[in-house]
Design a protein around this ligand. Structure first.
Ligand code: SAM
Length: 228
C-alpha cells in the first residue's frame, strides 16, 4: 500500500492528542494529496458527505512494533487487554481509523475537523461515513461504553497573555483548541482526578505549552498552564 496524502494537524507531538477525534470536534486538519492522486477525479462527489472515515498509518510508532496485550488508558493503564480489543496505536499492522467532519475541498486540499492525528500522518484511504451502515444501535462497547467526561477548569498565568494573543493571531483556533485539549486532562489515566505538582509540556502548532494541575480552593481540580 502507498499513502494517498498527508494530513496537517495542530498536533506536533503525540502527548495530549485526543484519544478519539470526535471528542475534540474543533481540532482541524488539512489533507494534502500526493502527486499520483488525481484529486479532481478521485474526490468528485465527496462534498455530499458530511462525515468521512480516514484510514491512516500510526507512522510514529512503526519502529516499536506491537504487543499482543496492551494497557488501554480507559482502564487506568493497569489492566491488560488483547490488542484487537483496543484502539491501541501499537498494532501488527499500524493502521488507524478516525471519523472526521468534512469541511470541504479547496485548493486541492480536503479540510476536516475532529482529528486525533499527529501532524504529517500518512493517509491510506478516505471513505464516506454511511449512517445506514455505520450506526449500530444494539452495539456494546465493553470497557469503553461511556464517553470520557473529564472536564478541568483551565486558568492562564498572567504572564502568558501576550503570547496567547500572538499565537491567536497566527492560528485563529489556537486558544479554544488549547483550552479544549487541557480540559480533557491529557495526563495518563492513573493520574487523572487528582492534582499533582509536575509541570507537563505539550506541543500545539509551534508552541511549547507548560501546564500543571493544581487543587483549587473549592477542592476540585484546576489547571494553570503557562506558555513559553
Ligand atoms: N481514532 C483512531 C483509531 O481508533 O484508530 C486513533 C485512536 S488512537 C487511541 C489516538 C492516539 O493516536 C492519539 O492520542 C495519538 O497519541 C496517537 N497518534 C495519532 N497519530 C499518530 C501517528 N501518526 N503515529 C503514532 N501515533 C499517533
Amino acid at each position: 500500500m502507498q499513502a494517498i496524502a498527508n494530513i496537517q494537524t495542530p498536533f506536533s507531538q503525540k502527548f495530549a492528542i485526543p484519544r478519539q477525534g470526535n471528542g475534540l470536534s474543533i481540532a482541524k486538519g488539512k489533507i494534502k494529496f500526493l502527486p499520483h492522486i488525481d484529486v479532481m477525479q478521485a474526490l468528485d462527489g465527496i462534498d455530499a458527505f458530511s462525515h468521512l472515515w480516514i484510514l491512516f498509518v500510526f507512522h510514529d510508532n512503526l519502529a516499536q512494533g506491537y504487543k499482543s496485550k496492551v494497557r488501554p488508558p480507559r482502564l487506568g493503564g493497569n489492566k491488560k487487554m488483547g490488542v484487537f480489543a483496543t484502539r491501541s496505536t501499537f498494532r501488527p499492522n499500524a493502521i488507524g481509523m478516525s471519523l472526521v467532519k468534512n469541511l470541504g475541498f479547496e485548493d486541492k486540499e480536503l479540510h476536516v475537523s475532529g482529528v486525533d492525528l499527529l501532524n504529517n500522518t500518512p493517509i491510506l484511504d478516505i471513505k464516506p461515513y454511511l449512517p445506514y451502515a455505520d450506526i449500530e444501535n444494539t452495539a456494546q462497547a465493553g470497557y469503553a461504553e461511556e464517553k470520557p467526561t473529564t472536564s478541568l477548569k483551565v486558568n492562564f498565568a498572567d504572564s502568558v497573555y501576550d503570547t496567547l494573543d500572538r499565537l491567536s493571531t497566527q492560528h485563529a483556533d489556537y486558544l479554544p483548541l488549547l483550552v479544549s485539549v487541557l480540559e480533557q486532562d491529557p495526563r495518563p489515566a492513573y493520574k487523572q482526578q487528582q492534582a499533582d505538582n509536575k509541570v507537563y509540556h505539550l506541543a500545539l502548532y509551534n508552541s511549547d505549552v507548560h501546564w500543571q494541575v493544581l487543587a483549587n480552593q473549592n477542592n476540585s481540580n484546576s489547571q494553570a498552564p503557562s506558555i513559553l
